[in-house]
Design a protein around this ligand. Structure first.
Ligand SMILES: C[S@@+](CC[C@H](N)C(=O)[O-])C[C@H]1O[C@@H](n2cnc3c(N)ncnc32)[C@H](O)[C@@H]1O
Length: 242
């Protein structure tokens, strides 16, 4: 099976090669949609589009739900699995969502090339792979270098949301995010919360909930304490198993 960008996608293929975005920019990529929802104002000045990124969308439930709810927002999904990206491309095309673009790559390798500084309203990273074996821990996405790049890509009012079911990874995420320049914990004084009212669920999340695993939701952005009092802190036992 080849890696053709047009493989079995009904209608517009939402997948975009990294090189296209790097060369032409997102404005050009999104302006080519059938709706012609190009972000231009009548006087010709370019309007800043609202742009949201999900990294590791997996089976895509969360990204599809967000994109259907907010058609005026441009959604970008980065996923390292080519098969998942291909399946998601079919779902996006079948749902006729014109505000989604998919990039098949490692987020830590592509985030800087894909996004100008201060160009994203939000970044969602849901149930990122925990790589539980010590010798594999270096493969975890949430590391200070990547988080630094993500913080640069976020608008000054942008937010970074991270979720995990893995207790040791939750401690690492807490350490990395709390040490990141430009980012403040929106759940402070809690490091994370274990429930967020009204939040859409992801495919993996449903599975982890049915298995009774502990959930950890982190939210970082520019303004501290904006959620204080609305949530109860979650608890993670240091060194505990999943
Ligand atoms: C455990 S699954 C979670 C999927 C989905 N977010 C959910 O909650 O149902 C993690 C996903 O992240 C993807 N992934 C892992 N590392 C990645 C990376 N460095 N860049 C982009 N995607 C990644 C995997 O291929 C997988 O689809």
């Amino acid at each position: 099976m080849g890696r053709s960008l047009k493989y079995e996608i009904p209608g517009v293929d939402p997948r975009v090669p990294l090189s296209d975005v790097a060369e032409k920019g997102w404005t050009s990529v999104f302006a080519s949609t059938a709706s012609g929802r190009a972000p231009f104002q009548p006087d010709g000045l370019e309007e800043k589009p609202r742009r949201v990124l999900e990294i590791g969308f997996g089976r895509g439930e969360f990204l599809l739900a967000m994109a259907a709810r907010e058609p005026e927002v441009q959604f970008i999904g980065i996923e390292v699995s080519w098969k998942r990206t291909l399946k998601m491309a079919r779902k996006v095309a079948r749902a006729k969502l014109e505000n989604v673009r998919l990039v098949d790559d490692r987020a830590e390798h592509s985030i800087q090339a894909l996004f100008e500084p201060e160009s994203l309203e939000a970044i969602w990273i849901n149930f990122t792979d925990p790589w539980p074996k010590t010798r594999h821990a270096h493969r975890r996405l949430i590391q200070s270098g990547f988080v630094g790049d993500a913080a640069v890509a976020l608008e000054s009012s942008g937010k970074l949301f991270v979720a995990t079911d893995d207790v040791p990874y939750a401690h690492q995420i807490d350490e990395v995010l709390s040490g990141a320049a430009r980012l403040q914990n929106l759940y402070a004084p809690c490091p994370f919360v274990s429930e967020v009212r009204g939040r859409a669920r992801t495919g993996y999340e449903d599975q982890w909930r049915s298995e009774g695993r502990p959930l950890h939701f982190f939210a970082y952005g520019p303004s501290p304490h904006s959620h204080a009092g609305r949530a109860t802190c979650g608890r993670a036992k240091r060194g505990g198993a999943k």
